[in-house]
Write a protein that binds this ligand. Sequence first.
Ligand SMILES: [Zn+2]
Length: 217
Amino acid sequence: MNVILLGPPGAGKGTQAQRLRENYGLMHLSTGDMLRHEIDKQTDLGLSIKEVMSKGGLVDDETVIGMIATVLEGPEARVGIILDGFPRTERQAIALDLMLKKRKVAIDHVIEIKVDDEALVKRISGRYMCKAKNCGASYNDFFKKPAVDGVCDVCGGSEFMRRPDDTEEAVRTRLKKYYHETMPIVPYYLEKGLLREVNGMLGIDKVTEQINALIEG
Ligand SMILES: [Zn+2]
């Protein structure tokens, strides 16, 4: 079984991919991770990828298709794969179909984890944590404030911290980038009747249930 997972950063795609791996024995292929791994190895390819990514650009089709092809030839991909971050263009989607066809398989499901953008912005830009070493309790400006303002419910600490890239502006930029990158492949999979949606605003377990129902249904 081969699955493409779509969803913006913050929708819990990583967690769901991990569960698909555990539940169905699928191999998780995140092109983001694969590209970073190539950069870490400091190969010639890695260096050229680094240059493109540092300018905020997208790595060219050949490079990404080549990386995926190498993995597909290996034994680990035999049971099936979860693709995350690939394909991003119709050309990549067509190349993927050809690679799978050689192995006599195909994409079975394209699952989009749908989110409510405004709620996601609040969920991420509102989150902060207790700074105390052994606590780390999490809070949110919109959904979960401490009972006493400025005092941690769990440890009584009064220092909190936020991740630097959790600002509203940064979240909106990440969302915009996601929609921009995903748009080109939506018509391709819609036409094939493979694209399905799950509601990503429910709890993690509920999202998993919806995904499992789609796969097994
Ligand atoms: Zn605390």
